[in-house]
Design a protein around this ligand. Structure first.
Ligand code: NDP
Ligand code: KPL
Length: 431
């Protein structure tokens, strides 16, 4: 592939082929995701440049390298981070955008001059950012890259991979593209990577998860495992995901399973489940979320991390998208709207994230959903459950046992405290 000095947008439908020589890769943003992606790419010997606007991060990486720990970690990887890209920089074939959503358009505008005419920018952001980037780089040069694993930057240049998982790549128009296949082969070193012809379906499924997990994680101020042990948190997650699924269905989106297993269409609450408690279906959904919480227990909301670093939260790119698109379609999204307000209050310093704050949020929002509270007072064997209890009791628990996956909560490779099976059983009662 030959590079030109003035990369330009491709006309729609222009056939493109991957670079015939080793592709040049640029990672923009060296926080949790970008730092780990860059570390793996350096480790694999790719032609990669890591770019950050943050001097502390660049200095730490340039002094010691990328220090990665956690799931399948490569350890410390030598590599450099730059804070400037000179005009003579050779164009890149793939620019992986790894900023938070509020900064992604600015980052793309700054980087687009360095994108090869036949290259592509990859949105690693949660939300629906591809549409924004396509306006900057052109739809032919915009790929979605759904990140199905978790990461945190614990200090500049020090990264914690909080779960395994890979990527789902795709184009907005769903077309096949040899560049997607090439990129998938490159990213496979980080985790299993698939190419989808239904990017919208995969994006909306991930959006439903982030609207719940990232926002509840921000208000609750803790890791996923701790939060999802609480029935009221799972109930909120189900309500937020249900609203999101309803909007996506109205938009005609065919939802994809997340990581090939988590089926958002199935997990969305039925009308009966929204207003009643104690059905076997609801019990199974709680069991699934409990299993997800056990499997991904170390995940921590990147939105909470951004707020802690004094950055704006991505909530308008997550719940905000659902609220806005729902309003245009006449679909009510009261819990998404309420959690957005709560996140903004935290970002403004008016509230501090905590489990008690999340519990108060749950109690306050019961009237919005018109559903009876499904929470009975915590059983004595579950000390983690907060004391505030709704006044009335739910119907008796369904008779059957939760799926075995829920009790797998004890299996733990990370050294994090695990959830005893007895607690899982009692916690699932009265789902
Ligand atoms: N963390 C996770 O587990 C997951 C995250 N994601 C998505 O990945 C994205 C990144 O998340 P994460 O890595 O955790 O976020 P971080 O906040 O840890 O990292 C983002 C980094 O981008 C830097 N940055 C901001 N603007 C620019 C710019 N214009 N050019 C270069 N760098 C810039 C920030 O600098 P500074 O440090 O100065 O703020 C920060 O270091 C998010 O959009 C999130 O939606 C998806 C799945 C999982
Ligand atoms: C890892 C997860 C799901 C946790 O909220 C996430 O995507 C994020 O924080 O951005």
């Amino acid at each position: 592939m030959s590079f030109t000095d003035s990369p330009a947008e491709l006309a729609p439908g222009t056939p493109v082929a991957p670079a015939s020589s080793a592709p040049r890769l640029l990672v923009v943003g060296c926080g949790g995701i970008g730092g780990i992606v860059a570390a793996y790419l350096f480790e694999q010997g790719h032609d990669v440049t890591a770019f950050t606007t943050n001097a502390l991060i660049a200095d730490a990486i340039n002094a010691i390298g990328f220090r990665v720990r956690g799931e399948a970690s490569p350890g410390t990887v030598g590599g450099r981070a730059v804070r400037e890209l000179g005009p003579d920089t050779r164009p890149f074939d793939y620019i992986l955008l790894a900023t938070q959503p509020p900064q992604v358009e600015e980052a793309a505008r700054d980087a687009v001059a360095h994108l090869a005419p036949t290259g592509a920018m990859i949105c690693l952001q949660n939300g629906l950012c591809e549409e924004r980037i396509a306006r900057i780089a052109g739809p032919e040069r915009t790929f979605g890259g759904i990140v199905a694993w978790g990461a945190s930057m614990v200090e500049p240049g020090v990264y914690d991979r909080t779960s395994s998982g890979g990527f789902v790549l795709g184009r907005l128009d769903g077309a096949s593209d040899p560049r997607l296949d090439e990129l998938a082969r490159i990213l496979e070193a980080i985790g299993p990577t698939t190419v989808t012809d239904n990017l919208a379906g995969a994006r909306w499924s991930k959006l439903a998860i982030n609207c719940a997990i990232s926002s509840l994680g921000t208000v609750g101020g803790d890791r996923l495992g701790v939060l999802l042990r609480h029935r009221f948190v799972r109930r909120l997650a189900l309500e937020i995901m249900t609203e999101t699924v309803q909007v996506s269905r109205a938009l005609g989106v065919r939802l994809e399973k997340v990581a090939g297993t988590l089926d958002l269409d199935w997990i969305a609450l039925t009308d009966a489940e929204r207003s009643a408690v104690g059905s076997p279906g609801l019990f199974a959904k709680h069991a699934l979320l409990l299993a997800v919480g056990a499997r991904f227990r170390r995940m921590r909301s990147s939105m909470l991390a951004a707020i802690e670093r004094g950055r704006p939260p991505a909530v308008d790119f997550l719940n905000g998208e659902v609220i806005e698109r729902g309003a245009a379609l006449g679909i009510a999204t009261p819990i998404n709207a309420a959690i957005r307000e709560e996140v903004l209050a935290i970002a403004a310093g008016k509230r501090k994230p905590s489990l008690a704050l999340l519990r108060a949020f749950f109690d306050r929002t019961r009237e919005l959903v018109g559903a009876p509270s499904s929470m009975r007072p915590p059983p004595p064997a579950t000390p983690a459950e907060p004391p505030a209890a709704p006044p009335h009791e739910p119907p008796a628990a369904p008779p059957h046992e939760p799926p075995t996956t829920a009790t797998n909560a004890q299996a733990d490779a990370s050294g994090e405290p695990s959830l005893p099976a007895a607690n899982v059983q009692s916690d699932l009662r009265d789902a």
